[in-house]
Write a protein that binds this ligand. Sequence first.
Ligand SMILES: C=CC1=C(C)c2cc3[nH]c(cc4nc(cc5[nH]c(cc1n2)c(C)c5CCC(=O)O)C(CCC(=O)O)=C4C)c(C)c3C=C
Ligand SMILES: [Fe+2]
Ligand SMILES: [Fe+2]
Length: 359
Amino acid sequence: MNQTATTLEGRPGRRVAVVLTNLGGPDRPEAVKPFLFNLFNDPAIIGLPGIVRTPLAKLISSRRETSAQANYALMGGGSPLLPETQKQAEALSRALADASPGDDSRVFIAMRYWHPLTEETAAAVKAFQPDQIVLLPLYPQFSTTTTASSLKKWTECYDGPGETHVVCCYPDAEGLIEAQVRLIQQTLDQAQGKPVRVLFSAHGIPEKLVTAGDPYQAQVEATVAAVVERMGLTDWAICYQSRVGPLKWLGPPTPDAIEQAAKDGVGALVVPIAFVSEHIETLVELDMEYGELAHKVGCAPYLRAPTVSADPVFIAALADAVARALETPGTAPQGASQGRPCAGLKACPSGCSKGSKAA
Ligand SMILES: C=CC1=C(C)c2cc3[nH]c(cc4nc(cc5[nH]c(cc1n2)c(C)c5CCC(=O)O)C(CCC(=O)O)=C4C)c(C)c3C=C
Ligand SMILES: [Fe+2]
Ligand SMILES: [Fe+2]
């Protein structure tokens, strides 16, 4: 163990690597196609054997390149996901230093489909020589398509030292809910008393994954239930955005929910309930595409709550998840594949680990 200082509690300080996992996004127009290829070549996204999946991923990434580039051009040519994640990493780093000044904690970012890619981050973490590693997904709700995919990639890439702890998910973490409630309330105030339906919009996934045990939908519902209860909301609905491909996805689709609100004579306040930072799915899809749709169908006012981003209360919840994860036994170095995906959770919703085979 590479001991650092002694903590206030008198235990030896630890070298802690906290690895924030996220999806990643292209940083420039030329990066769009390879980013899309990496995404569609992931067996967690397209569950076909490599011999079929890889040529398919090449085809889909070529076909989607131009339209995706046009969407990224609306945000200046690239995704803001990395700068947003860096802000969260810096805020978390400060929160961890405040909470455990005797530890040498460092926050790393491992992206799944674009730089800094997991393999690059695994090398940086190995160079840090941690004695504790906490894998912390920036996805409050667990899905095989996101968290499990990132954890599997980490396990394949990391061959350094450190006892590994995994935070699988935090769908009803106190700080997440508190920050969401405050941001929704502030946005609601902009409606100036006009009737609005709160539409909780989550990124969709294919329905067959849920049938196979992916706990994502149940966890999205758990987050929404906690917010609804806290706010005492009466007019609200859950919907799913960003459908890709021919399979049946979770529904109803967010555009249908916006049209329904218009038919019912109410406006909409869209809450990106499964995203914790701003990126193409919030800034382009929710604000621009669905904003235009709302205008066309007469859904007014059309409002969108900001994501929790680096909100101090949310960051405190992440710091708390790290502390809890460190309190529970981890797995031996290079043994993340044996890790219990629910370690570090205050309350693991039932069924949470069902879909975590890869974690
Ligand atoms: C809760 C988070 C996410 C889930 C679940 C998820 C599943 C999922 N995504 C695709 C396909 C695409 N996703 C894209 C962008 C994207 N997806 C997420 C999050 C989740 N994805 C984020 C944060 C982003 C934004 C990254 C950015 O660059 O800003 C894209 C690329 C953009 C586009 O063309 O829409 C694709 C494609 C699938 C197929 C899937 C589940 C099977
Ligand atoms: Fe996605
Ligand atoms: Fe869990």
